[in-house]
Ligand binder design. Sequence first.
Ligand code: ZN
Length: 273
Amino acid sequence: MTSPHLPRREFLGLALAGAAVPEGGARYVHPRRVLLWECTRKEFREALEEGRLRVVVLPTGSTEQHNEHLAMIQDTASATLLAQQAALRLYPHVMVATPVPVGISPYWMDRKGTLTLRRETFLAVVYEICESLATHGVRAILILNGHGGNDAPLKESLPEFRQKLGIRLEAHSYWEAYTPAMAKQYLASARIPGHAAEFETSFALAAFPERVRWEGVDYEKVKARLGIKDPKSAAEDELFAREARLATAAKGELLIAIALQWLVGRLRAMMEA
Ligand SMILES: [Zn+2]
């Protein structure tokens, strides 16, 4: 109900001046403020200099096939979403660095669209991002991984990275938040993470439903020409496509909340160390 006689900025100014400050510490933080790549150098420098910024989260993911119905950015988007939500809860002490959007996925190359990096290329990119942050004075980094193929290489490299960088450095895949009991309790398939199955599809339905596209998907019809060479992998692809139909946004919301709580806990521990 903006008055046509009042310029918009003035109207907002008046509205804000008269607004009551909510009690109980509730506040609004623009979601972009916790993303390093959306900050100016001034904002980032001041956060460091004033000691506000304590931990940086570096999401690592993939750009890879996620069966017939999920967008290929799933793993990168999931890790980034959790990192951003956790950083907002811990604002202004945590910031999210630019995600690494391609991972180690050679085993999906027989399915169209997958991009993959060699192990050493991926690790070099991750290391050099951490090195950049350390050069600026960041003393603690949590690598939050969203793609299975990156998990072991990251963890195997941690001792070397830590030694070279001299900072606190951790690497976790976000599904470490879930116990086998949780998978059983919350998912009909009892499978976490699986691949583009019930878990990831539920996550996407809750977090970014526009990336779940069932329209025109007919697995039976395309099955014979998918060209998956390994019979075991072909059978799994089909099983996961079936399990994905069990996904709901409600399951996704619940599982995201669990991962978020877990991640906030890890970050708090790093902040206090
Ligand atoms: Zn995935």
